[in-house]
Design a protein around this ligand. Structure first.
Ligand code: FAD
Length: 316
């Protein structure tokens, strides 16, 4: 079933999760344990992240060697497992970066065969090495190009012209958004205009980057509505579970961690940080539910312990 159908039928806000495939050569067992664990919360859909190949230069006795590595393949297989083993809708993330438009079309065809109804369409991050590959490849440059490609396929238009028996796909397309603005955008208004472009191209719902201050999300939704964006905007939350994340989260995701939360975590013993993080997210969770958000999306990646703790608090 499509994410927008889940949202339309829901009598109360939905809870969804985002997981990450294991590292190349890794084992799926611990990820499946995580899925077993979160399936008890009846998520209507689970997102599975996707990762572009990276170009790495390694020094070897024979000189510098260029290697192309995709650190975390496996998104498609995990989607198939989740839909068939758990009967939960899988939402694969599909990226512009690292894939030609032709490769993307092949991937979409595979998703269609697996009866996957939903896609979160994203640009992915550019590295200097990847930028150099762009010139000679037919790639989608921004997420709105990718949304347009999927939307065309939804209308039976494939890359090959006059394709006989071209069957229209029927994907529900979601896109990402940044309440604190995307780090490359000069300002929030600029970023929202491009978000609007993704919706115009065919996206039907929005999932936000994580944020730790609900006021930022509420303001962002208000601005999106002022710009004429009417699609549901699902807030994304993450539970801080270690002191290291006070540095790694802002560095990797370009978001602020409020001074109050930072202070509480710094004053805590390491073994109590998760409790502090879960309490903070629990307060965010309650306020978002009271505000009538359509759903709450949790970035849990491979660890279900923080969300179990939060759900215990939510039941108390
Ligand atoms: P876009 O919407 O393309 O925007 C990128 C930047 O370009 C913005 O600054 C925007 O303002 C600007 N822009 C947009 N369109 C245009 C245009 N037509 N012309 C000029 N400027 C434009 N990354 C992964 O690698 N794998 C994942 O699985 C993944 N999952 C994510 C899930 C969510 C919910 C979110 C919010 C992000 C996720 N990301 C993931 C990170 C994402 O790929 C990066 O943040 C990336 O830098 C931007 O992706 P986007 O789709 O938002 O880009």
């Amino acid at each position: 079933m499509k994410v927008i159908e889940h949202l339309a039928r829901a009598k109360q806000p939905l809870i969804s999760f985002e997981i990450i495939p294991p590292k190349r050569g890794g084992d799926i067992k611990s990820l499946l344990q995580t899925v077993d664990d979160i399936s008890k919360f009846n998520p209507p859909f689970i997102d599975i992240t996707s990762h572009a190949a990276e170009v790495i230069y390694e020094e070897t006795p024979q000189g510098i060697k260029r290697k192309v590595k995709r650190k975390r393949p496996g998104t498609l297989g995990i989607c198939a497992l989740i839909q068939n083993k758990y009967n939960i809708d899988a939402v694969p993330h599909v990226l512009c970066e690292g894939f030609t438009r032709e490769e993307t079309e092949d991937f979409l065809i595979e998703l269609q065969y697996l009866e996957i109804d939903n896609i979160l369409a994203l640009r992915g991050d550019t590295s200097e090495n990847k930028k150099s590959q762009r010139n000679n490849r037919t790639i989608n440059r921004y997420a709105d190009d990718l949304v347009a490609q999927i939307d065309k396929m939804n209308h039976g238009v494939y890359l090959e012209e006059n394709l006989l028996d071209a069957r229209p796909s029927n994907f529900c397309i979601g896109v990402g958004a940044y309440p604190e603005k995307h780090f490359e955008a000069p300002n929030l208004e600029y970023d929202i205009e491009y978000l609007k472009k993704k919706i115009k191209a065919g996206a039907e719902y929005i999932v936000t980057q994580m944020f730790f201050d609900n006021a930022v999300y509420f303001k962002f939704v208000e601005k999106c509505r002022e710009h004429g964006i009417t699609a549901p905007i699902i807030p994304g939350l993450k539970i801080v579970s270690s002191k290291k994340q006070l540095v790694s989260i802002p560095k990797n995701f370009h978001v602020d961690i409020p001074a109050e939360l930072t202070g509480e975590i710094m004053e805590s013993k390491n073994e109590h940080v998760l409790e502090v993080g879960a309490d903070w997210t629990h307060r965010q969770f309650n306020e978002l539910l009271s505000a009538g958000v359509p759903a709450i999306h949790f970035y849990i990646l491979q660890d279900s312990k923080p969300i179990n703790l939060l759900m215990q608090k939510a039941r108390m």
